[in-house]
Design a protein around this ligand. Structure first.
Ligand code: SF4
Length: 111
């Protein structure tokens, strides 16, 4: 059976752990949020850029060679834009946006 002293010790320890976790996670969350905001304001990926060509990025999935039926940026696991957006950030193009209707060879299904 726990004594009141033990319970106080556990509570204080739990509180300290929670505070340490919050201090660790908060700056990361602010950093990630700032990154997302920057990417959301970023320019569109130019399909003629070397990085875009390397993954065969196109702005219209219907014109993509090798795209599976219905696959496009909007339903890709790497797309960060909102479901109703026409364009949004993509994890493989930091600081830039892709068309929701686009596609590239790195397309991956959402889980
Ligand atoms: Fe679009 Fe996904 Fe390729 Fe990014 S990784 S460009 S979201 S298909």
């Amino acid at each position: 059976m726990s004594s009141m002293k033990d319970l106080n010790y556990i509570s204080r320890r739990t509180l300290l752990r929670s505070a340490a976790f919050a201090l660790t996670v908060t700056p990361l969350a602010v950093f990630l949020d700032a990154n997302t905001a920057l990417a959301a304001d970023g320019p569109l990926v130019n399909p003629n850029d070397a990085a875009a060509k390397a993954v065969h990025y196109v702005e219209d999935a219907n014109r993509a060679k090798g795209a599976g039926a219905g696959s496009k940026c909007a339903n890709c696991a790497l797309y960060i834009g909102s479901a109703s957006s026409t364009q949004g950030p993509c994890q493989i193009f930091p600081g830039k946006q892709v068309k929701a209707a686009g596609w590239c060879s790195s397309w991956a299904p959402q889980m």
